[in-house]
Design a protein around this ligand. Structure first.
Ligand code: SF4
Ligand code: SF4
Length: 397
């Protein structure tokens, strides 16, 4: 495993993300046995950075990580979690209530209630890394509200040793990240979505430069864009296989990140042991992509740019009054788009679509727009579903 120094410690270059742990099939419920095998394998093969968040797996990820790391020596791993301010607002009586996906959680009196609960759930008395979750244009007011005092409270916890390093994650525009870093000089790292597709698509190159300019390391999330860059499509996979027949498609995405010196840890939300083993192999040597290889990846990204950039985070699902599996529908739509590029559209899609009930199809969307409000990728979901519904209608007419 490759390591990189962060202040006076060494962090593994590959970190374990706990947002996509294996599930039992009942909602977000974690398949603890399979998930434990993954955490054990990661730990015993040198990964030392474990990243969870209040909201992952509907609140179960922190509890699970606490159990999975319980028997490990506390200073042998680094645990990161996040404060869910992007899903909170202040009520008229001064309480803090949850919104969106977390709306069913009871309101709390103060930031401390959540922080104390997180320590308890994770079974630790300090967090190595603690982040404001998703500083973005809509969460700006919450995080900067002096009365709520979120940042003030977290800095107090840092002074008390309950937080070792404070940072934030962001799906914001580069300008917003810059404004936040100009306003506060207390942060030690920033977590952003970074991969060769988003380098231009989401202007991640500018975000990376802004963070570097402020002298901070970058923690990467979505290095494979929710596994999309782990298997692209038949044609584009073939371009990469031609260059490196024995390398996995995912390894290209990770090697691209190895070429960026400002990257500290690459978090991967690994669901299977196979993914973990392949990623450990990639991070056993420093083998950054060459300039020519980067050009190839940017060419591939250009071909992918007209697909919908869903990362399957499922933030949108909880709010859908039609209970649509939005990421699945978008994935099918993308499959159609890929297929179109490869002249394969509608060779396999009808089998999947044909097995779905009418209320599960894109035509069941009532365009209420709740989903789009919470999508960190700013996807106009109702428009995509409308387009997909039209495609399906024209193919079956
Ligand atoms: S716009 Fe459609 S997909 Fe989005 S929440 Fe409303 S019904 Fe669901
Ligand atoms: S549409 Fe947006 S919110 Fe929904 S799963 Fe995809 S990226 Fe996440």
């Amino acid at each position: 495993m490759l390591y990189k120094p962060f202040q006076n410690i060494n962090l593994s270059c590959l970190g374990m993300g706990a947002m996509r742990l294996p599930k039992t099939g009942e909602g977000e419920k974690i398949d603890e046995q399979r998930a434990r095998e993954i955490i054990e394998y990661a730990y015993s093969n040198g990964l030392n950075y474990f990243d969870t968040a209040y909201r992952y797996h509907a609140g179960e990820s922190e509890t699970f990580m606490g159990k999975a790391l319980k028997d490990k020596k506390r200073d042998s791993f680094y645990l990161a979690t996040k404060f869910p301010g992007h899903m909170m607002e202040k009520t008229d009586d001064g309480k803090l209530k949850f919104t969106g996906l977390l709306a069913s959680h009871p309101p709390v009196a103060a930031v401390s209630d959540i922080f104390d609960r997180q320590l308890e759930k994770c079974g630790v008395d300090y967090f190595d890394f603690y982040l404001l979750h998703n500083v973005c244009e809509t969460a700006w007011d919450f995080y900067t509200d002096e009365e709520i005092g979120c940042i003030r409270y977290l800095l107090e916890q840092k002074r008390k040793g309950r937080i070792h390093h404070l940072g934030f994650s962001a799906h914001a525009r580069a300008e917003t990240i810059e404004k936040f870093l100009d306003k506060y000089d207390c942060f030690e790292f920033v977590q952003i979505q970074l991969n060769y597709l988003d380098w231009t698509l989401q202007n991640a190159s500018k975000k990376y430069e802004v963070i570097k300019k402020h002298g901070l390391p970058v923690v990467v999330m979505e290095p494979c864009r929710g596994a999309k860059l782990a298997s692209i499509n038949e044609n584009l996979n073939a371009l990469l296989k031609e260059k490196r027949p024995d390398a996995s498609i995912a390894s290209w995405a990770f090697r691209f990140l190895q070429s960026l010196p400002g990257v500290q840890v690459v978090l991967s939300g690994m669901t299977t042991l196979e993914q973990l083993k392949d990623n450990i192999k990639t991070f056993s040597t420093n083998d950054p992509t060459s300039e020519a290889e980067k050009e190839l990846l940017f060419t591939i990204a250009g071909k992918l740019a007209d697909t919908v950039p869903c990362t399957a985070c499922r933030y949108c699902c909880e709010d859908c009054p039609q209970s649509l599996d939005i990421p699945k529908l978008i994935s099918l739509y993308n499959e159609y788009t890929y297929g179109k590029t490869a002249n394969l559209a509608f060779t396999t899609l009808p089998f999947t679509i044909g097995a779905m009930k009418p209320e599960e199809l894109p035509s069941a969307c009532i365009a209420c727009g709740s989903c789009a409000k919470v999508c960190p990728q700013s996807i106009d979901i109702p428009a995509v579903l409308e387009k997909f519904a039209e495609v399906l209608k024209s193919k079956t007419a």
